[in-house]
Design a protein around this ligand. Structure first.
Ligand code: PMP
Length: 345
């Protein structure tokens, strides 16, 4: 790996971060807070939240088998994606490489930050070749984006190829595991200490049932997380979000139960969907959705909208012509979809 200073934007490396009132004292049991120009009334909303979300990280660390210092929490994992560009990529100079098709926000963040986004096509099994990604990179490539299980294709990427990339690329390798809770594959979280250039993204928005509270996680070396913390907004995760996540983490058995139900429903829905006249193929999935090739994605999508049922039309996405992406819902929701498609003329 290039050394971290070389990978980081010089202005960020030199940055003296904003120091909030709550950053400046620690270790003492204070009870009178006259430091942050807050209103003393209207508890608990009157106080700024913990800028580094320590209580939350202390609960996440043992579940994820990482150290607290290896965790960054943000306003969705989308915040972490954007921070990767803002911390490492010089606008109009640096570039990133990504598999194609994949999650759309990597390109949006690249475009917003004026960073060249180089796409490398997946093969017909939606797998990538480390060699091809390396061939697309140069000395200005700061990061390579992978997503496993991938969105919108649903499949896990080949572990061996990811490892090849981690060993062969001297910049950052981002492995977005937003859907990993639905997969049996070993998480790359367990390899953080082995690969100093690895950044793993996960989220509370999928299996954890918390898309509304906006809480995403990035895991990496303490040095990389330190850079994210330097650049993030001081109070990027609000108090309500921190409280809700703490409550859920103390009752995380629920998450396991949801995942089990959704995996059973995934099998049932995919099997029944495959038997429909309009379905040509269902791609293998390791996520809480599947990609299906259908006879005419746009007309089926419009028909379903007319019935009040919304799936994702991915027909304009690379390699996904005439494909719909279907999220696994409750048994009732899945039945509504199947019934509507059975009735379709
Ligand atoms: N990564 C992937 C692969 C996703 O599909 C999504 C959401 N669709 C995200 C990240 C963003 O998740 P969050 O809600 O944590 O911002």
């Amino acid at each position: 790996m290039r050394n971290l200073k070389e990978l980081t934007r010089p202005n960020v490396w030199a940055l003296k971060p904003y120091s909030s009132a709550r950053d400046e004292y620690s270790g003492v049991e204070a009870s009178v807070f006259l430091d942050a120009n807050e209103n003393p009334y209207h508890a608990p909303y009157n106080r700024y939240p913990d800028p580094l979300q320590k209580e939350l990280k202390a609960l996440i660390a043992p579940i994820k088998h990482v150290r607290e210092g290896q965790i960054f929490l943000g306003n969705g994992s989308d915040e972490a994606i954007d921070l990767i560009f803002r911390v490492f990529c010089r606008p109009a100079v640096d570039n990133v490489v990504a598999i194609d098709p994949t999650y759309g926000m990597y390109q949006v963040c690249a475009d917003v930050n004026d960073v060249e986004y180089r796409k490398v096509l997946l093969d017909e099994n939606f797998q990538f070749s480390a060699e091809k990604l390396l061939a697309a990179s140069d000395e200005k490539t700061k990061a390579i984006f992978l997503c496993s299980p991938n969105n919108p294709t649903g499949n896990n990427l080949c572990r061996k190829e990811i490892e090849k990339l981690l060993e062969g690329f001297d910049g950052l390798v981002i492995v977005d595991e937003a859907y990993a809770d639905f997969s049996n594959a070993r998480s790359f979280l367990l390899d953080l200490d082995k690969f100093p250039n690895l950044v793993v993204l996960q989220t509370f928005s999928k299996a954890w049932g918390c898309a509304a509270i906006r809480l995403g996680m990035a895991f990496a070396s303490e040095e990389i997380i330190g850079l994210f913390n330097k650049v993030k907004y001081p109070y990027n995760v609000n108090q309500l979000t921190q409280q809700e996540a703490i409550a859920l983490l103390k009752d995380s058995q629920k998450v396991q139960e949801w995942v089990e139900i959704l995996l059973k429903e995934r099998t049932r829905l995919a099997d029944s969907f495959a038997a429909l006249n309009c379905c040509l193929h269902i791609y293998p999935t390791d996520a809480n959705f599947f990609l299906a090739k259908v006879t005419d994605a746009s007309s089926i999508y419009a028909y379903l909208v007319g019935k009040g049922i919304i799936v994702r039309n991915r027909t304009n996405v690379t390699l996904c012509g005439n494909c719909l992406r279907v999220t696994i819902g409750t048994p009732e929701e899945n039945d509504a979809l199947l019934d509507a498609l059975k009735e379709m003329k």
